[in-house]
Design a protein around this ligand. Structure first.
Ligand SMILES: [Zn+2]
Length: 451
């Protein structure tokens, strides 16, 4: 809309007020007055301590008093003497000397403090965003609190002229379980984001199933998942996620389920509901699936010949420099270069399995070296017969190229829960799996109700 040219320019506030209908204007004015009044009055925090400490005195006559219900003193929290804390937030490029200066202290005070208790060296780990709180009286530092995060602080109290006592202050978050489920339409990440899962949670979910599912190449439209996990709260505010407690992932109509369990030795792992470890001898994909660029492309073009041709192995298109991992524990039997393979690595796992990694940009292991699962062995490149950066990965069982997806049962068996611990495992994990299923049923009912 165009403004009439003869109209004079008004202040934005006047313009805003004029746009309001009269009735709204009156309401707004009343609200503004009320708001100003509230701001002028002392805040709730200011009056609370006095009100709590003031004894109740009601001046009424005895006979009237008899008719009144008995007045009891309200239960109040213990009143801690108010300490004036001066708060400083660590900025980038900061150091302790600068922070002490801002708090009104000197380098001498800093030196005295650092010598005052051995744990003061903790302050050498400060990072931007951390907080330091100073209690200073008569220019003397009486106490210092180093707030590492919302859960952990370190408190130093002066006890004598040059000594401080140290106390670690730890707060426990409230933990509640939460549930999400989603059907994948274009990618795992988009599906997760749509149901308010953060990237770490989605990645953790993928890690749990990373021995069964190749999240780079196997995911298809219609795959779906359920996840029961912990949310952590502090003072009623969510501060982050905790562990995944139970999860289910259906990939190309095969359903995998996992549940978290801490065994009687205190080790925590994910297991199938039957008690088999989710951790297996071989990772399905030897690189981070988030770096793989060929989601939903089952008919991949061979990078060199530009045709769809059966070829032994799997090609993962990823940017140059993407880390490549050993898919299982083993020994490097070749780390070398040929005209066709470029930089390549071959790993022997036990007697019958070999894995090969071709066209690497850089090799990070030497022939003869032992490697662990997920250890860095090289980076994605385009050396040898290759037109673009990709990893050509081969899996050989008894010298024959195999698709790891179809031969899982021929591979070394995953470890199971010890017989003696089966009962304990059931008791701990059944409720989690049931809670997940219950949440799912509730969603189904809610959906049926809206249809
Ligand atoms: Zn290839």
């Amino acid at each position: 809309m165009m403004e009439p040219p003869e109209k004079q320019k008004k202040s934005p506030i006047m313009e805003l007020l004029q746009r309001f209908p009269k009735r709204h204007l009156v309401t707004t004015a009343v609200l503004v007055i009320a708001l100003v009044g509230m701001l002028l009055l002392p805040g709730k925090d200011d009056i609370e301590p006095q009100r709590q400490s003031r004894p109740i005195s009601i001046d009424i006559q005895e006979d009237v008093k008899a008719l009144m219900p008995e007045v009891t003193e309200p239960v109040t929290a213990e009143i801690v003497p108010q300490v004036e804390w001066h708060r400083e937030t660590v900025r980038s490029g900061d150091n302790l000397s600068l922070i002490f200066q801002r708090a009104g202290l000197t380098d001498r005070d800093l030196l005295e403090f650092m010598k005052g208790h051995n744990e003061s060296k903790k302050l050498k780990r400060i990072h931007p965003g951390h907080e330091l709180e100073f209690h200073i009286e008569d220019k003397q530092l009486l106490a210092l609190r180093y707030r590492e995060n919302r859960l952990n602080s370190h408190l130093f109290n002066r006890t004598a002229k040059r000594t401080f006592e140290y106390e670690k202050e730890t707060r426990q978050p409230d933990v509640q379980s939460a549930y999400r489920e989603a059907v994948i339409h274009d990618s795992l990440f988009l599906a997760g984001q749509k149901v308010q899962m953060d990237a770490d949670l989605i990645m953790e979910l993928a890690n749990i199933f990373g021995w069964d599912i190749d999240f780079g190449l196997d995911i298809r439209k219609g795959d779906h998942f359920k996840v029961l996990f912990e949310e952590r709260f502090l003072d009623g505010e969510k501060i982050g996620n905790g562990n995944i407690l139970a999860a289910e992932f259906t990939n190309q109509k095969t359903t995998f389920r996992a549940v978290r369990y801490e065994d009687n030795k205190g080790n925590t792992h994910y297991y199938t509901p039957e008690g088999k470890s989710m951790r297996k001898a071989f990772l399905r994909a030897p690189l981070d699936f988030r770096r793989i660029s060929s989601n939903f492309n089952p008919r991949r073009i061979h990078p060199k010949f530009k045709t769809v041709r059966p070829h032994r192995g799997t090609d993962y298109a990823a940017s140059r420099g993407t880390p490549v991992w050993a898919s299982g524990d083993g020994k490097v039997i070749t780390s070398s270069y040929t005209k066709a393979n470029g930089n390549y690595v071959v790993i022997q796992h036990g007697n019958n399995v070999q894995t090969k990694y071709l066209h690497l940009h850089k090799r990070k292991v030497k022939t003869g070296q032992r490697v662990r699962q997920k250890q860095l062995i090289g980076t994605v490149g385009s050396t040898g017969y290759s037109t673009g950066p990709h990893l050509h990965y081969e899996f050989l069982l008894n010298g024959v190229h195999r698709n790891p997806r179809t031969i899982l049962q021929k591979l070394p068996k995953a470890k199971s829960i010890a017989k003696a611990e089966t009962e304990r495992f059931r008791a701990a994990t059944q409720p989690l799996l049931e809670a997940m299923e219950q949440q799912h049923q509730q969603r189904l009912l809610a959906r049926a109700g809206t249809e």
